[in-house]
Write a protein that binds this ligand. Structure first.
Ligand code: NI
Length: 254
């Protein structure tokens, strides 16, 4: 079930028996010569929709902009500064909490969002705690870290998976948007990860935008397998999160 395709009465009714919601969050940033700029938003969005279609889970609107300053050396990248992203996530959580949502799981597509999103959760918790209230439980989970997906990434790509413009995320977008598959002469595997600083430094270290990946291995068929694995992983994670008492999973650790 999608929030965007529901009426307010449907959401109000749903909240009488289920107070959980899944929110995809990504980024709009370069992903190398064959990766789409929307990759980090597209992946969690299609996975979350799969979870919403195949399981009884409410899926919220995708937050498509994230923290991507180190990709600004590549045309088309749009970043929010951390304080803006923090404010956006805080306001989204507080809006949902206002209506009665108590379990808010962000399905993440971009590693650079994690620290800031966790800081946003801490801001919400502080505000509510100071008022003497009880905060909703919030958590951010990155789609590529689920157990089935981790196994599949290793099996399909091994050391060629990489850290940015990864084979798995590009395959996922090829499955989701086969009409937008890109072809470009790639110079083999990209330079290995050696740190990330600012946009100028990133462009020098990683000239075509990729880190450690060889997307010549990508295919929409792989994307379909990864999609199925990710939907199963996220459905499990959400089911645990939506029913469990607050545990270490609900803290800012990971
Ligand atoms: Ni990415």
């Amino acid at each position: 079930m999608q929030l965007q395709l529901s009426t307010w009465q449907e959401i109000q009714q749903r909240l009488t028996h289920d107070v959980g919601i899944l929110i995809p969050i990504g980024s709009t940033e370069q992903h190398g010569p064959t990766g789409l700029i929307g990759t980090d938003a597209i992946c969690p969005e299609v996975i979350a929709r799969g979870v919403g279609d195949q399981h009884d889970v409410l899926v919220g609107p995708t937050l498509t902009l994230g923290s991507a300053q180190h990709h600004l050396g590549f045309t088309g990248t749009i970043t929010l500064r951390p304080s803006t992203l923090l404010a956006v996530v805080r306001d989204v959580v507080q809006s949902l909490a206002h209506h009665g949502f108590r379990r808010i799981l962000f399905l993440n597509g971009h590693g650079g969002n994690v620290a800031t999103v966790n800081a946003a959760f801490s801001e919400v918790y502080a505000d509510i705690s100071w008022r003497g209230g009880v905060a909703p439980h919030c958590h951010i989970s990155s789609w590529w870290q689920g157990p089935r997906v981790v196994r599949l990434r290793k099996q399909l790509y091994g050391d060629n998976e990489g850290d940015h413009g990864t084979c798995s995320e590009i395959s996922m977008t090829q499955y989701a948007y086969p009409e937008s598959i890109k072809h470009s002469p790639l110079q083999g595997r990209a330079p290995a990860y050696s740190g990330i600083f600012d946009a100028h430094d990133y462009r020098q270290r990683y000239p075509d935008g990729r880190i450690g990946s060889d997307p010549r291995l990508c295919s929409p068929e792989h994307g379909q397998q990864l999609f199925a694995a990710a939907v199963a992983d996220v459905a499990d994670t959400f089911a645990r999160f939506n029913t469990a008492k607050p545990t270490a999973m609900d803290t800012n650790a990971g």
